[in-house]
Ligand binder design. Structure first.
Ligand SMILES: Nc1nc2c(c(=O)[nH]1)N[C@H]1C(S)=C(S)[C@@H](COP(=O)(O)OP(=O)(O)OC[C@H]3O[C@@H](n4cnc5c(N)ncnc54)[C@H](O)[C@@H]3O)O[C@H]1N2
Ligand code: MOO
Length: 415
């Protein structure tokens, strides 16, 4: 196998462009989908005080069991400042600070309430129904490192940490160029021999999800002139992604342009689908030329494109490897490393990879069901079912990225 590895390809792209240094300070309301350019340190303990977790009565544990007169009431947002003598209780609402001299809360369902006193029938432990000060985050804790992608949970945690504004990296600017005479934008009936331009929409969305600022170039025709024009001024960008024209055909002008007018970093990488891929550098801007086949291009995206975009923030993509047994044999001897889109099945505690999904380079529907990429190493002979292989789990791959699915999704996947 003479192709370079996925890791080598990624490193070559990184050698052209490292982390973006520019950053800006923005209100947290606007920071969803951005990436932190600073460390986030909690400004205060969370909770900031011992907080009642139930509606009920605050008291001293040592006064239980017993009959306790009720001195007053404290609600969320208030502070109970009165002295609480031994043997007294204070009515307390969920979210209210525990009065200073008291050490526990009993939920109202567990006591008998009389007009001005309660009967507590049993011993109550200290700090029952109390979220203690700093139990989630203590002041001064590092909540996030620079490079953290801000999704919904991170928005909540920024607020919890007391940040009103935050420093984020400038979004990577990415030029997206799709190529092919056969491509039509959806909206009109297909001309004979034409297909809809999938990559334009797919990659604009994948890039946006990854936090990039995408420029949609007009699709380029399969001519050397059109390709040269589309790739003439790259200086405003941090990355250029092209699709199509990167194989060995007469009309594969992208690879010809890269060979003749740029510094070619690599051509073809050890992965299938997705081996038809090139990396290059022009005017200090990295170019990632992906296959026209959407399924192959998407694999290259997950293995090289996405980790590279993420590295522009100085971050890395957390990949998880799991072992599983192939549910079905994989009979094709393979020259390149194969990444099979697969579902995960667990039976009696054992993990199986079900690879009965369409695996073609042109197919993208299979990604909707793939939870894992089952890896068949380069040069493997036919692999029988039951063989243990490594599976790669990539953030954003598979059904989890759809957030919710129709009821029958697993039973009858779209073909
Ligand atoms: N003689 C050989 N032929 C091919 C080889 C090879 O090794 N020797 N490799 C095959 C593999 S694997 C792939 S993958 C493709 C890669 O081809 P290109 O990257 O040059 O892409 P195109 O030829 O332009 O297109 C391939 C395929 O994808 C369709 N396409 C292109 N762009 C889009 C788009 N934006 N949206 C939807 N579909 C698109 C295009 O119509 C073709 O069907 O090469 C094999 N050939
Ligand atoms: O190169 Mo193709 O991209 O292996 O599927």
């Amino acid at each position: 196998m003479s192709y370079i590895s996925v890791t080598e390809a990624l490193d070559l792209l990184k050698s052209v462009r490292g982390r973006i240094e520019d950053s800006e300070q923005i209100p947290i309301e606007q920071c969803w989908g951005r990436t932190l350019a600073e460390e986030v340190v909690a400004f205060s303990d969370s909770p900031p005080f011992h907080r009642a977790a139930m509606d009920g009565y605050a008291l001293r544990a040592q006064d239980t069991p017993g009959t306790l007169p009720i001195l007053g009431q404290v609600n969320a947002g208030e502070v109970f400042t009165q002295h609480v003598p031994q043997g007294y209780a204070v009515r307390i609402m969920t979210g209210a600070p525990l009065p200073q001299e008291l050490d526990t809360v009993i939920e109202q369902e567990a006591v008998t309430r009389h007009n001005q006193h309660i009967e507590v029938p049993r011993v109550v432990k200290t700090l029952r129904n109390v979220s203690t000060q700093g139990s989630e985050i203590t002041r001064g804790t590092t909540v996030f490192q620079p490079g953290q992608y801000i999704g919904s949970l991170e928005m909540g945690l920024l607020a919890l940490s007391g940040y009103a504004t935050v420093k984020v990296y400038r979004k990577p600017r990415v030029l997206l160029v799709t190529t092919g005479d056969e491509l039509q934008n959806p909206g009109q009936a297909l001309q004979p021999g034409h297909i809809y331009n999938v990559n334009r929409y797919l990659f604009a969305a994948l890039l946006t999800e990854a936090g990039a600022d995408v420029t949609w170039a007009p699709p380029a025709a399969d001519t050397s002139h059109a390709v040269a024009l589309a790739l003439s001024d790259l200086t405003p960008y941090d990355l250029v992604i092209t699709t199509g024209g990167v194989s060995v055909g007469d009309k594969d002008h992208v690879i010809q342009f890269l060979r003749n007018h740029t510094r070619l970093l690599f051509w073809r990488v050890d992965m299938h689908p997705g081996k038809s891929i090139a990396g290059a550098e022009k005017d200090h801007v990295p170019i990632l030329a992906l296959s026209g086949n959407p399924g192959a291009a998407m694999m290259s995206w997950y293995l090289i494109g996405l980790p590279f975009v993420v590295s522009l923030y100085g971050a890395y993509l957390p990949l998880r490897h799991i072992s599983g047994r192939l549910r079905h044999p994989f009979m094709k001897p393979t020259r390149e490393t194969r990444y099979l889109r697969a579902r995960i099945q667990v039976e009696q505690g054992e993990i199986f990879f079900d690879t009965q999904l369409p695996q073609g380079s042109d197919i993208i529907t299979a990604y909707r069901q793939s939870e894992v990429l089952a890896i068949i190493p380069e040069g493997s002979p036919p692999v029988p079912s039951g063989t243990e292989v490594t599976g790669l789990m990539i953030p954003g791959l598979g059904p989890e990225r759809l957030y919710w699915l129709p009821q029958n999704h697993r039973e009858s996947p779209p073909s």
